[in-house]
Structure formats: C-alpha cells, structure tokens
Design a protein around this ligand. Structure first.
Ligand code: HEC
Ligand code: HEC
Length: 322
C-alpha cells in the first residue's frame, strides 16, 4: 500500500524534472514527427477525389484505409504482392511506403533498395535490434516496423521486399535553402502539412519537409513529391562531409555507399532519400538505437557528428538524384 501511494508522487517528480531539463536529442523532434493534439481549422476534406492522370477515384476514408490503400496507377507496376495491397496481420505496406515505394518523410523509401539490405532490416526490426531511440519513443517510427515484421509470414515478406526492390526510384525532393518556411502542423498520420491559415516562421537549424501539393500527397498520389527546406549553406557543408569526411570528422560515404551514393552491393542508396529519415538513421546509429551487426559499420561514421552536421549531410544527400 505504501509503495502504491508513493508511485504517483515519484512519477510527478520525474515529470517535473524532465520538463525542466531537456534531454539530448530532443531538439530533433522535427525528424521524429508526433501528431498535433488538435488539427487546425479547415484541415479535413472528406470528399471523393481523383488525381491527375488516373482514371480511378477514392474517398478520403478509402485513401486512409491502411488495410486496403489506393492503387492509383496499376499499369505502372507489376502485380501487387498480397501484403503490399491488403493488410492481413498488420497494415498493408503500400499505405505507408506507397505503390511506388517512394514513401512519405515520416516512413521510408524502399524503391530500388537491395533485397539483402531490406531483408536484413526486416530481421532487425523483428528481433528488436532496430528500435526508436528512447527520447523519441513516442514517435513510433521503428515501432511500426517492429510490430509489422513480427507478424509477417516469411514468404509474404520475401515477395514484398523483392517487389519493392524492383521498383525504379524517382526524384522525390526539391531541396531549397531558406531562412523562413511556411508554418506547419503534424496530422494524425504523422505527416507535416502547411497550416491552412498560412503564415511563415524561421527555419532555424531544422529540415522542414512539406508536400509540393498537400491535397495530392494526402491522396497518396505516387507522382507528387516534397520540398525540403534546409538551412542556408547546409548543402555545401554536407557535400564536404560526405565527399571527404570533413577533415577527419567522419568517413567519406562513397567508399561503402557507392559512387553518387547510389548504393553498393547490399549497402543502401542514400541519394534522394527523405532527408528527415536520413537524420533519424544517423541519430539512431549514434545513440545505439540500432544494435545490428551491420550497423557497427556506421559507428565510426556518426561518432563525432553534431546535429548540425547531420542536418547538412541529409540536405546534401536529398539533393542528389537517385
Ligand atoms: C504504418 C506504416 C507502415 C507500414 C504499413 C509499413 N511500414 Fe515499413 N516503415 C515504416 C516506417 C515509419 C519506417 C521507418 C522507420 C524509421 O524511421 O526508423 C519503415 C521502414 C521500413 C524499412 C527500412 C527501410 C530502410 O531504408 O532501412 C523496410 C525494409 C520496410 N519498412 C518494409 C516494409 C514492408 C515490407 C511492409 C509491409 C509488409 C511495411 N514496411 C509496412 C512504416 C510502415
Ligand atoms: C564502412 C562503410 C560505411 C561508410 C564509410 C558509411 N556507411 Fe552508411 N551504412 C553502411 C552500412 C553497412 C549500412 C547498413 C547498416 C545496416 O544494414 O543496418 C549503412 C547505412 C546507412 C544509413 C541508413 C540507410 C537506410 O536506408 O536506413 C545511412 C543514413 C547512412 N548509412 C549514412 C551514411 C553517411 C552519411 C556516410 C558518410 C558520412 C556513411 N553512411 C558512411 C556502411 C557505411
């Protein structure tokens, strides 16, 4: 009884402490989006819709059905493996990674990544070797994949991965250096969208990724990409870190990630990948949220990187054509 009575007090005290002293890495919340408590006025649009170039039409409820997501352009890919189109144990891959495999900033790109690399990630997610870092646990990024991979039959997993690996990646980002950016909010699906009321705010040392056309992206349109607003000077700074290691701060990436960062063997491509995803991975490697055997190769690379360095690296890699 005594212990029970103590518990809430202890929790309160811990809560008060953490509110006063921000933990390391907390400044990266923009890379680990969490839904806003209340959506802004004018955000919802439940009408049936189409997108340019597709003869199909879906309601927003159908578009947001993660167990049966829309397939706007069935002629642009080979037949969908079952789990890409239909959620069985968990949501369908195509709802978050799209039928193009390019995905959204809050998920990940899979198009054209090596089969061996992706299968290894699925194993690592399943075994809990790749997790969310403690300070961003509520963002539920790796946590999504920890659950999805755990319930997936081996054969379904292989088919889905081989299908995504065969897709051709496209240019998905326009990278712009900027001092100020549109004011934005995070929707229930953890995507950052411009505020319907407009307005701007300072970018600071963040990367803010927004749809080039919010309505189309909210329709899971596989032809409509994103803008990444990055700090002035960051692309050039990132290029120096990536290409020659920034005078011993890190290791030149192309040695392992291939020329133009287009991938090499089972080491994945970095060119044109979601920049906030790249920041998440660099930070996850640095704080040991990824403890897989293969991730050990990234240890020395990230050891001395500051958050500003990670921002610069991601700004540069996002600017490269896949
Ligand atoms: C509910 C959304 C969601 C669904 C459904 C989903 N994923 Fe993911 N997936 C994610 C997120 C989020 C990440 C990125 C995790 C992070 O940022 O650490 C991810 C990452 C991955 C990665 C790692 C990519 C990389 O570059 O390392 C692979 C592989 C992957 N998913 C495969 C799949 C497959 C196969 C399916 C279907 C069986 C699937 N995912 C379904 C959200 C999802
Ligand atoms: C010694 C080889 C090596 C070097 C050098 C290297 N990497 Fe990697 N990197 C890897 C390997 C191997 C993986 C895959 C790890 C895994 O399977 O978990 C990886 C994974 C990554 C990922 C995660 C990709 C994804 O899709 O999730 C990022 C981001 C990354 N590296 C960035 C960089 C950057 C930026 C540099 C240069 C500053 C760099 N790496 C240099 C070997 C290397």
């Amino acid at each position: 009884m005594r212990i029970r009575a103590w518990l809430p007090l202890t929790l309160l005290f811990a809560g008060a402490l953490s509110a006063q002293a921000p933990q390391a890495g907390q400044s990266l919340t923009w890379a680990y989006p969490v839904p806003d408590a209340t959506p802004p006025a004018g955000a919802a649009d439940p009408a049936a819709k189409g997108i340019p170039g597709s003869s199909r039409s879906y309601t927003q409820a159908q578009i947001d059905d993660q167990y049966n997501p829309p397939d706007w352009f069935p002629d642009e890919h080979s037949p969908l493996p079952n789990v890409v189109q239909k959620g069985v144990q968990a949501q369908a891959c195509g709802s978050c990674h799209l039928m193009s495999g390019m995905g959204h900033p809050e998920s990940a790109t899979l198009a054209g990544l090596p089969v061996a690399y992706m299968l290894r990630q699925m194993e690592d997610f399943k075994k809990g070797l790749r997790k969310d870092p403690k300070v961003h646990e509520q963002s539920l990024r790796a946590a999504r994949m920890n659950i999805i991979s755990a319930g997936l039959p081996e054969e379904d997993m292989r088919r889905a991965i081989e299908w995504f690996a065969a897709l051709k990646p496209i240019v998905w980002y326009k990278v712009e250096e900027a001092q100020t950016v549109p004011k934005s909010w995070i929707n229930g699906g953890r995507m950052r969208l411009p505020l319907p009321a407009g307005g701007t705010e300072p970018l600071g040392n963040r990367i803010i990724t927004l749809p080039q056309d919010a309505k189309r992206v909210e329709s899971r349109d596989p032809h409509s990409g994103f803008i990444a607003y990055v700090p002035p000077g960051s692309i050039k700074k990132g290029e120096a870190l990536v290409n020659n290691g920034g005078a011993g701060k890190t290791i030149a990436c192309a040695i392992c990630h291939g020329e133009g960062l287009k991938g090499l063997g089972d080491v994945p491509r970095l060119a044109g990948i979601h920049p906030i995803y790249v920041v998440r991975q660099l930070y996850d490697f640095q704080v040991g949220a990824n403890t897989s055997t293969a991730s050990a190769q990234m240890k020395k690379v990230v050891e001395k990187l500051s958050e500003d360095d990670m921002v610069a690296i991601a700004a540069y890699t996002a600017s490269l054509n896949p």
